[in-house]
Unconditional design. Sequence first.
Length: 172
Amino acid sequence: MKWGYVAFTSNFAEGRENQNNFKGEKEKAEDCYMIDNIKEYIKLADSNNLEDNNRTKMEQLSSEVISEIIHNYPERKAWLVHNKHIPIDVLRLLCTDSNADVRFTVAMKNKNDRYIFETLMKDPDFSIRMAVVRNKKIPMDLLRRMADDKSDKIATEAMRILKLRNRNRLGF
């Protein structure tokens, strides 16, 4: 019944309203749960069940689980970054990780702060700098700096996004 009600509602606006209410209730419920041991996290992450996988992204993780992943399961760090409750200090740590996949995943996070953007915009990896440019939360002044990137493709993309943001800001 989760999504069925919304899918079969005759009035689209009513269905949209009910879908939004459901999402709000679901998010509140997810905030109550916490994955607090590494075995549970690994079981959920490795499951063939999409709902189990999503729990690793949507539920809070204990600091012990986060620490365990960072220190003992380096192959799971990129997946860890997908968690919506990941603390900013963990993202700050992982934005300098030796694994480019981890840094790339951090570059796409919308909750990044200025330090993270400034660190990643100097990354030697082209794809990471491009992800920074395309992150909708990058501050305008940093986006302007990216317009001077050593890669013509990144500089061009930064200028394109700057123009779009300026047009949107002006109401076009």
